[in-house]
Design a protein around this ligand. Structure first.
Ligand code: ADP
Ligand code: MG
Length: 425
């Protein structure tokens, strides 16, 4: 039996499973927004000695952890039996094949045994929906913001920045995306990881660079801002931890909304070699901190500069940043400052929902099932096809997928975000 929300409408509760990379995660989410439980078994300590994720080890570790993680997530949400839920959601791509397989197989088994619908979720769409989630302890303002109407929220500009992806996406409505740009080579998180490895700061690189940069002077070294051009001059604030609105603008032309971080990583390597030639140890604590700070500021200038340019171009109503790199303190502070000046609401997930988790998969599953069902029913009425937000629309249980689809649910290792037609942009 489903829980009852205030107001009497039964909540739609989804068990979500995420095993796309090196986090074994399960969560129960009500009505696509309320996190009832969220368990993540991280494999960071296991992969640390390899300096990155070891795929075979990751999938074996998922096998060992998944059952406990799911049981704990159900217990935390006071769910006595899987049958008491409304649907099961699982990440089916993009990700590591061996890792995805563990979550998908468990989800299929649970769906088959319980008779519940199974909802395959795109991992990137999951990251986007991390911005719609709240917990019991979230401030009232966050809950209210996450429940605002579609007309108040869209179009929204989404910046996905993770270990595997860096993408700018225009979200026109729930589950409707237009691709604006992406990285041409390394993802932002990948660049953090590689530069941390060069500087021997540890793994994962993002938090290690951020910690080192706190004691660093970002102005000691200058690093390039790839695919940006000089903009109006803005004086850096005396506090090196605060980046003012970037003094650089995106390049014009086809790469306006694209990114490139592999050259920035090479620039760090060249800087380190030059310092070594001059007799300076680039990995000495203060020098490494200064390089980390300069690198972090260069990445943030590019991310915020391109996001702001796109927000302006498409007259969006809000900006959402998500993915592991959205945990970065300088990125969050700079974006807050920049979008406040532009008068645009900014959403960043709470820190524990920035990196991979299953709650975001539960949220994405809820919106995708609800909105695709509503659109299928009323294709002729596109302007009014979206159901109202909280509770008033068909739940995944109302739209069960046929048993054959349960059997066919396949991995999609290289999946990209499901897009609408991008012509006319
Ligand atoms: P993916 O979905 O690509 O597997 P996640 O969304 O879990 O990855 O993000 C992991 C990435 O986020 C890693 O590259 C990590 O270095 C980066 N990251 C995590 N925290 C921070 C931080 N505070 N600053 C910058 N990068 C971070
Ligand atoms: Mg991720």
């Amino acid at each position: 039996m489903s829980l009852t929300h205030t107001g009497g409408a039964p909540a739609c509760r989804i068990l979500a499973i995420e095993t796309s990379c090196d986090e074994t995660a399960a969560a129960v989410v009500a009505d696509g927004r309320h996190v009832l439980s969220n368990r993540v078994a991280s494999q960071i300590e296991i992969h640390r000695r390899f300096g990155g994720v070891y795929p075979e080890v990751a999938s074996r570790q998922h096998v060992l952890a998944i059952q406990t993680v799911v049981e704990d997530a159900l217990a935390d949400a006071s769910v006595a039996h899987v049958r008491d839920l409304d649907a099961i959601a699982v990440t089916h791509g993009p990700g590591l094949a061996g890792s995805l397989l563990v979550g998908v197989n468990l989800a299929k088994g649970l769906a088959f045994a319980s008779g519940l619908p199974l909802v395959p979720v795109n991992h990137l769409e999951g990251h986007i929906y991390s911005n719609w989630l709240y917990t019991d302890t979230s401030p009232d303002i966050a809950r209210k913001q996450r429940s605002s109407s579609a007309s108040e929220q869209f179009p929204a500009l989404i910046l996905i920045v993770s270990g595997g992806h860096t993408e700018l996406v225009l979200m026109e409505d729930h589950c409707r995306y237009r691709h604006l740009g992406a990285t041409l080579d390394d993802a932002a998180g990948e660049a953090f990881d590689k530069v941390a490895r060069l500087l021997e700061l540890g793994y994962p690189g993002g938090p290690a660079i951020q910690a080192a940069a706190e004691a660093g002077d970002a102005r000691r070294f200058h690093l390039p801002r790839p695919l940006m051009r000089p903009g109006r001059r803005t004086e850096r604030q005396p506090d090196a931890q605060t980046s003012p609105p970037p003094a650089v603008l995106p390049v014009r032309g086809e790469h306006r909304f694209n990114f490139s971080f592999s050259g920035l990583k090479t620039a760090v390597l060249n800087l380190m070699r030059q310092l070594e030639r001059e007799g300076t140890d680039a990995r000495q604590k203060q020098t490494a901190a200064d390089i980390a700070a300069a690198f972090q500021m260069a990445v943030v200038d590019v991310l915020v500069g391109k996001t702001a340019d796109a927000a302006n171009e498409f007259a969006v109503k809000q900006v959402c940043i998500c993915g592991g790199v959205s945990a970065n303190g300088l990125l969050r502070r700079t974006a807050e400052q920049h979008f406040a000046v532009m008068g645009l609401p900014l959403r960043c997930p709470p820190l524990f929902l920035c990196t991979d988790n299953a709650a975001m998969i539960g949220a994405a599953a809820y919106y995708r099932r609800s909105y695709s069902a509503a659109r299928q029913r009323a294709p002729q009425d596109r302007a009014h096809r979206q159901p109202a937000e909280a509770g008033a629309h068909p739940t995944p249980r109302d739209q069960p997928i046929e048993p054959s689809a349960r059997d066919l649910l396949a991995l999609d290792v290289y999946a990209s975000l499901p897009l609408v037609d991008t012509t006319g942009l």
